[in-house]
Design a protein around this ligand. Structure first.
Ligand SMILES: Cc1cc2nc3c(=O)[nH]c(=O)nc-3n(C[C@H](O)[C@H](O)[C@H](O)COP(=O)(O)OP(=O)(O)OC[C@H]3O[C@@H](n4cnc5c(N)ncnc54)[C@H](O)[C@@H]3O)c2cc1C
Length: 402
């Protein structure tokens, strides 16, 4: 059996490993457009900061792929697929026939229009090369501007702040981390980051970039331009869909897949940031890995032995300058559901339940107490009203969440 995988990120490599586990005989080929195979993308801010050496970011040495008998084609993109005769072509000329195919091509940083991306000093951070170049540029710069106040912008902003740069964060919305915070936790986090020296501009956007041979200034919607040597655009991601278009797969925000992670073409699967399950698009490492495990299994077994993908609740964590933030599931920012909140000077916690008492979301800021128990209870445990009341007390006993 020939299994072909496009993309050597967490979804593609996890799938290859799983496929090998369930089918020791299969021939498995992974096309890897980047020069480097799987590395821990979430650790790129540490490369920017200079606190992680490049060798430590890789998930596996090259010998691991050999030991698993996975043919890794580094530096070769899969560029053509012919569904009529199940053939694929790589950018370095390889031609292969597949029995099952996985599209795990991930995503690229979005590039909103008012910015001139050709100007040196303007960055997006998705690849190892981006993070290494940004680190080098930061060493000779004084100011950096972040476009966006999502997880990536805050982590990169804090990394640059730790290198001694003066950092401005511009966010179009009225609060930072609009997807991971409630108004309560956002305020606390804003106060904390401001105390760390970050300058936060809310309800503000970038309207242009100025500079002839390199970036000199960003123009802003509040009419107060900022002189800067660095602009990091962290405005979300756009799935890589070229291959999917080539195959004429059904697309929406990503490649539409069914409960087996199979696309609209039989035998062709999709996983990770490029895929869209019925629960929505991925965008997280944990989801890419969970989808990779199921896609890898399904690529390698007969159709009647395939497994159904069970959605993993979206969960993000942020650790900046010693402050922990975990957010998972539905945070109910508009307070339409029932919830319990606890807040003191340093910490903020919110737990949200549905009408049946099922825990559907939580956030924990400034503490890790209860993270493990809340993660285990999310989507699984129904709690009684008195337990919910207890969750709004400081010393709640999290072992009661069973
Ligand atoms: C700086 C940063 C920090 C992050 N932090 C977190 C975090 O804290 N927590 C979290 O859960 N998530 C985080 N994420 C998101 C997480 O890294 C992604 O969700 C995850 O990497 C997606 O994995 P993937 O395998 O789907 O795609 P990718 O990691 O994008 O890998 C896809 C690979 O396929 C390659 N490719 C594309 N087209 C082709 C082709 N035609 N042929 C061959 N190869 C191709 C791409 O070059 C890429 O190497 C972060 C991301 C970044 C950039």
């Amino acid at each position: 059996m020939n299994i072909v995988i496009a993309g050597a990120g967490v979804a593609g490599v996890t799938a290859a490993e799983k496929a090998r586990e369930v089918n020791p005989q299969a021939h498995i080929t992974v096309f890897c457009q980047e020069k480097e195979a799987l590395y821990y993308r979430p650790r790129l801010p540490d490369i920017v900061k200079g606190t992680l050496s490049v060798e430590k970011i890789f998930a596996h040495p090259d010998s691991w792929y050999q030991e698993k008998n996975i043919e890794l084609r580094k530096g070769e993109a899969l560029i053509e697929i012919c569904a009529e005769n199940n053939q694929v072509r790589g950018s370095l000329g390889s031609r292969l026939v597949y029995d099952s195919l996985l599209v795990a091509t991930g995503a690229e940083s979005s590039r909103p229009s008012p910015v001139n991306y050709d100007l040196p000093g303007v960055f997006t951070v998705r690849h190892l090369y981006d993070a290494m170049t940004l680190h080098y540029e930061a060493k000779r710069s004084k100011t950096a501007v972040m476009m966006g106040a999502g997880l990536l912008a805050l982590e990169i902003g804090c990394a640059l702040g730790a290198m001694g740069l003066s950092v401005h964060i511009l966010e179009r919305a009225g609060r930072i981390l609009p997807r991971q915070t409630t108004p309560g936790s956002a305020k606390k986090l804003e106060k904390y980051l401001t105390e760390q020296g970050l300058v936060i501009h809310l309800n503000a956007s970038i309207t242009g970039t100025t500079g002839s041979d390199r970036l000199q200034r960003v123009e802003t919607s509040d009419g107060q331009p900022i002189d800067t040597q660095i602009l990091v655009v962290a405005a979300g991601v756009t799935p890589n869909l070229e291959l999917a278009k080539h195959l004429d797969l059904k697309l929406d925000r990503g490649i539409v897949v069914d409960e087996y992670l199979e696309t609209s073409k039989p035998g062709v699967y999709a996983a990770g940031d490029c895929a869209q399950t019925k629960d929505g698009a991925g965008g997280l490492w944990t989801i890419g890995r969970a989808e990779g495990l199921i896609a890898g299994h399904n690529l390698a077994v007969p159709r009647d032995q395939r497994k159904v993908y069970q959605a993993v609740p979206p969960s993000s964590s942020l650790k900046v300058a010693g402050l922990d933030l975990v957010a998972a599931g539905n945070l109910d920012p508009d307070n339409k559901l029932t919830g319990a909140e606890f807040e003191n000077e340093k910490t903020y916690r919110k737990v949200v339940v549905d009408s049946e008492g099922l825990i559907v979301g939580y956030t924990n800021l400034g503490t890790t107490a209860g993270n493990r128990e809340l993660a285990a209870a999310l989507g699984k445990v129904k709690i009684k009203p008195e337990i919910l009341t207890g969750l709004s007390q400081e010393n709640f006993d999290f072992s009661l969440l069973k």
